[in-house]
Design a protein around this ligand. Structure first.
Ligand code: HAM
Length: 422
């Protein structure tokens, strides 16, 4: 027999046991986002490589070493999207959605990064991505953060904490960058290999280092927040006030710098202690220069993305109940006449109760074997159809988790089964 082909490393199948949970996350999220006026948009998985280079930045880990880039049959360099913001802006520009307009948009789907796979970090992963265009004030920053907090509440997630920071404008950041480089340059001997490399390419990312040996060095570094321009400082103060007044707890983390170059001013992350090293379940921020940088008219933007794998894992960790996706009823048939009669009954029940999950035993075998399969299916009741039942226009309804068996007429079955529906 030929050896089966392994899946691609870091790319996972999402199995039937897990999909009910995924749908729960997706449907609750859709409801919450729509309740704040966000509309869904669907964008391609593949974009021109240049789009990501220009928006995420050449000196970021994503662009330097994580993108799935290939030359297609038209000799064009294309990339599987590593994130959605760049594509959302591109779609907004391509379709004339951004010029002088406010747009609240969201999208969902797989993203691809060639990272080292570990728990919570995959090469194909899924994001729900949310973006608001055309709004410059801190009120939309606050609203988008409050909306994310509402998502956790609705999903039953408790163990997440909000961190916020401001990255200022590109000008104030450049001035800060010089100071940081001077400081880190004096302590070259204490830098790990990655940070030595970043010092030359993307020094702010050194602040993000997880190397415990560098903690003291990073603690002593000049703070980004002390180098903000006046407008950014005011923006940040107003955001904090709005969050305070809304009663939402947060921590200011001056070392939160994010791994993508397009951010300006507000950045934020929701962190959990329950998932090990991959602790961010939702991250985002403001990117006021990106639309213009990608060829549009200057348009402010802010958004976030949440990692669905991490949310699902966190809900499992926290013991949030998953919706039941097992059949409600399992139809067991005995005898030759029952083959067509069971089919007829099943179709009638599906006509009467479209939401009923009814599984028909098509594997054959005796009553005992079929009943075992009914048990295994997780159904709440077995419906048993044999010659006697067919003659009497009835079925035997057997509860599978305790209770008396009863005879029910075909016509009375929909009413009897309605109570099983969620
Ligand atoms: P990001 O921080 O790169 O930001 O990713 C957002 C979220 O995606 C993370 O917080 C995490 O939950 C999840 N995530 C990222 N990489 C992986 C991975 N390899 N495996 C599993 N989950 C992962 C962005 O992508 C920005 N586009 C967010 C944004 C939207 N900013 C403004 N608008």
């Amino acid at each position: 027999m030929a050896k089966f082909i392994e899946p691609v490393r870091g790319m996972n199948d999402i199995l039937p046991e897990a999909t009910a949970r995924w749908r729960q996350v997706e449907s609750v999220t859709r409801e919450v986002l729509e309740s704040y006026g966000y509309r869904e948009i669907r964008i391609p998985v593949v974009e021109k490589t240049e789009l990501f280079k220009r928006s995420i930045g050449d000196a970021t880990d994503i662009v330097e070493k994580e993108m799935y880039t290939f030359i297609d049959r038209s000799e064009e360099s294309l990339t599987l999207r590593p994130e959605a913001t760049a594509g959302m802006v591109r779609a907004g520009l391509s379709n004339g959605l951004l010029y002088n307009q406010v747009q609240r948009l969201w999208c969902a789907g797989p993203m691809f990064r060639h990272e080292r796979p570990q728990k919570g970090r995959y090469r194909q992963f899924h994001q729900i991505d949310v973006e608001a265009f055309g709004l410059a004030g801190p009120d939309i920053d606050a609203e988008i953060i409050l909306m994310s907090a509402r998502l956790w509440k609705r999903l039953g997630i408790k163990d997440v904490k909000l961190q916020i920071n401001s990255l200022g404008t590109p000008v104030s950041r450049a001035a800060y960058r010089e100071k940081l480089v001077a400081y880190l340059g004096q302590h070259q001997d204490k830098l790990d290999e990655d940070s030595k490399r970043r010092l030359g390419t993307n020094p702010l990312r050194v602040l993000d280092s997880k190397d415990s040996g560098m903690r003291a060095l990073i603690e002593g570094a000049p703070s980004l927040l002390d180098h903000l321009d006046d407008e950014s400082r005011q923006h940040f103060e107003r955001l904090k006030r709005l969050l305070d007044e809304a009663g939402l707890a947060y921590t200011v983390n001056p070392r939160l710098v994010r791994g993508l170059d397009y951010y300006t001013r507000t950045v934020f992350e929701w962190i959990t202690t329950r998932l090990g090293a991959q602790d961010a379940v939702c991250s985002g921020g403001r990117y006021d220069g990106l639309v213009e940088h990608l060829g549009g008219k200057a348009t402010p933007g802010i958004g976030f993305a949440m990692g669905v794998e991490r949310l699902v894992a966190l809900m499992e960790e926290e013991g949030v109940a998953a919706p039941d996706a097992h059949p409600h009823a399992y139809l067991v048939r005995v005898g030759d006449a029952a083959e067509s009669a069971s089919m007829k009954l099943a179709e009638r029940l599906r006509d009467a109760l479209p939401a009923l999950r009814l599984q028909l035993d098509c594997s054959g075998g005796g009553f005992g074997n079929q009943l075992k399969r009914a048990d295994k299916s997780g159904a709440q009741v077995a419906l048993v159809l044999g010659d006697d039942e067919i003659a009497a226009g009835r079925v035997a309804l057997k509860p599978l988790h305790g209770g008396e068996q009863e005879q029910v007429a075909w016509d009375a079955l929909p009413a009897r089964l309605r109570g099983l529906l969620d």
